[in-house]
Design a protein around this ligand. Structure first.
Ligand code: M6R
Length: 607
């Protein structure tokens, strides 16, 4: 949440700051601002609303060889120009941008007020700028260290001082920051997408690190001033992947990328002739893997739903008991770490704070946690004990789509790997791998139905409550479908286990309730038919996602979206696609801000 950019170099940085913020807008978009330093004078521009609002307030001649910028997702203080970042100190000499929450800001603020400092905002972050001024006694760097030592909570901070134009100060504790090493300039940002068009050389800062950045060098220390050696990594993503191409929205583009992204998730990881998978990043010897007899999965939102699908796969294919935890719940529950257990932390961004903190709690208890992340070099990827990148490519839309199917693919590979180490025959493994390799092509055939799905979405878009029902491995699929619809269209929707509707939710059904059934031809098909009939008898509007040629289902429902047949355990990779598209088209019909839905941010880095 909140996006930070900073620059120091030879060029005027205004364009970079604005463009960089636009790249980070998915992190928060209620207000934004930049502050540039020119001839020892700081100039600050801030505005509520999207970055274009702030951009339109910039005078034509703004110049700065260094500067900082911020896009905000409000936590403390309402959405106002004054609460937008950057925040200036009282004397206007120090400016900061901050991502995170300063938990002791009230105490600090009261002391500063008693010392005569006047605050302009109600944001927790403004205390940082004031503290820099208060702690300054001739040395900016020292004032920065002293200020950070007073802060409780989480932060990624970049600070600039008008009288020291040669360097910026950067500090990280709990909120991601990465440096970009340019040609005669240095960038800093919440994630690499901000500067990917300028450099692919990146330095990831760790928690409790402070960095002094110059145009052509940087010095990193910990809080005790001990110097740290940092590696320069090369980013694999291309800036081009951050463009919408010919699509109207990133969400649509990312839905359509799934045949490729799923293929990328298994590329180089299958041993087709012996029917198994190889996952080098696990950092585990076969003997160690063989000793695992239960699995835990920690995640939030869509990644949690992917974890739930993963639990069906692991239990069915590898006969490994699997418990899936909502990260924000388990981290306060004193989790029980069973012997011979292996945990997965699943996160597209790799920065979700609840998942990261839950992961640390398991590690503290001696557990081994593997990351399933998309963003390379993210906090979870770096702090986990090994893991598997899902390789979806950058996901920009706030609504996660392609990361979900890539996460499922990784769980499939891991389940086959573990299954083959346990009871699964080579024959079964070979078959499963063959089925997996057919998935991208089957996805293509579903995406060709987007016009039909758009028509169905149009028909139901005016209705206020949707129910999504599924059984078995389709249950997490309907949970994910309901999440997708509510987040992009603001239409109330529930994803329920179809067998549970008689225990309450069927009371919701009336002639204005679209009920979407996910009903692949698996061992639960007949049970689903009964559920469909129950809802039909109560007058609901019935839609089904079923397999091609399923005349039984077709005869029962008002609208049908057919998907190709596949191995039943792989059906989530196909059945979710029409439902992602349906959410997209409902939101489009309702005129919603699809890529940046209200109140949301892509990367939830505050609790
Ligand atoms: O980056 P993560 O996968 O850890 O994010 C977890 C959730 O915040 C995320 O999946 C969220 O639910 C999405 N907006 C869903 O589309």
């Amino acid at each position: 949440m909140c996006g930070i950019v900073g620059y120091i170099g030879k060029e005027n940085c205004v364009n970079f700051l604005v463009e960089g913020l636009k790249r980070l807008e998915y992190r928060g978009y209620d207000s934004s601002g930049i502050c540039v330093l020119n001839e020892k004078k700081l100039s600050c521009y801030k505005k509520t609303g999207k970055i274009v609002n702030m951009e339109s307030t910039l005078p034509s001649e703004v110049i700065g060889k260094s500067g900082i910028g911020h896009t905000r997702w409000a936590t403390h203080g309402e959405v106002t120009d004054a609460n937008a970042h950057p925040h200036l100190s009282a004397n206007g000499k120090f400016a900061i941008v901050h991502n995170g929450i300063i938990e002791n800001y009230q105490v600090l603020r009261e002391k500063l007020i008693a010392d005569g400092f006047e605050f302009k905002s109600t944001s927790d972050s403004e205390v940082i700028a004031m503290l820099l001024e208060k702690n300054f006694s001739g040395n900016f760097e020292k004032a920065f260290y002293q200020t950070l030592s007073l802060l409780e909570g989480t932060y990624g901070i970049v600070a600039v001082f008008a009288d020291e134009p040669d360097y910026l100060m950067v500090g990280r504790k709990g909120s991601p920051l990465v440096l970009g090493i340019g040609d005669g300039c240095t960038f800093v940002a919440s994630d690499v997408s901000a500067f990917l068009g300028h450099t692919k050389q990146a330095v990831y800062l760790e928690d409790n690190e402070i960095c002094k950045i110059y145009a052509d060098s940087f010095i990193t220390t910990d809080f005790t001033l001990e110097k740290k050696q940092k590696e320069i990594a090369t980013i694999e993503w291309d800036a081009i992947e951050l463009d919408k191409k010919d699509y109207q929205h990133f969400m649509l583009k990312e839905i359509f990328e799934q045949p490729e992204s799923v293929a990328r998730a298994y590329a180089g990881r299958i041993l087709a002739d012996i029917g198994t998978a190889k996952l080098g990043g696990l950092n585990m010897e076969p003997r160690e893997l063989a000793a695992v007899d239960n699995i835990g999965i920690i995640a939030c939102g869509t990644s949690y739903h992917a974890g739930l699908v993963g639990s069906y796969l692991l239990e069915e294919l590898a006969r490994l008991q699997t418990v899936v935890h909502i990260a924000s719940e388990i981290r306060y529950k004193n989790p029980i770490l069973r012997r011979n257990s292996l945990q997965f932390a699943v996160s597209q961004s790799g920065e979700t704070i609840d998942t990261l903190l839950a992961m640390r709690e398991f590690q503290r208890k001696g557990g081994k946690v593997l990351g399933v992340c998309n963003v390379v070099g993210s906090s979870i990827a770096r702090e986990s004990d090994g893991g598997v990148y899902v390789h979806s490519g950058p996901e920009v839309a706030v609504a996660s789509t392609k990361a979900f199917t890539s996460q499922l693919t990784v769980f499939l590979l891991f389940s086959i790997l573990m299954g083959r180490m346990r009871d699964m025959s080579q024959y079964r493994g070979v078959q499963l791998i063959e089925d997996l390799q057919q998935i991208p092509q089957k996805m293509e055939s579903i995406l060709k139905k987007s016009e039909q799905i758009a028509e169905i979405a149009k028909k139901y878009a005016g209705l206020n409550n949707f129910l999504f029902l599924g059984r078995g491995i389709s249950y997490p699929v309907v949970m994910e479908a309901a999440l997708k619809l509510k987040e992009v269209s603001y239409v109330h929707s529930e994803g329920y286990a179809a067998g549970e509707i008689k225990h309450g939710p069927i009371a919701l059904v009336d002639k204005n309730t679209p009920v979407v059934f996910v009903v692949p031809q698996d061992h639960l098909h007949d049970k689903m038919v009964s559920n469909i009939q129950e809802v039909k008898a109560r007058g609901g509007r019935l839609i089904a996602v079923c397999n091609e040629g399923d005349e039984k289902i077709r005869s029962l429902v008002e609208d049908v979206i057919e998907v190709p047949k596949t191995e039943p355990l792989f059906s989530p990779l196909l059945t979710i696609l029409p439902l992602q598209l349906m959410s997209y088209y409902v939101a489009k019909e309702l005129g919603c801000d699809i890529d940046q839905p209200r109140n949301l941010a892509k990367s939830v880095t505050v609790e």
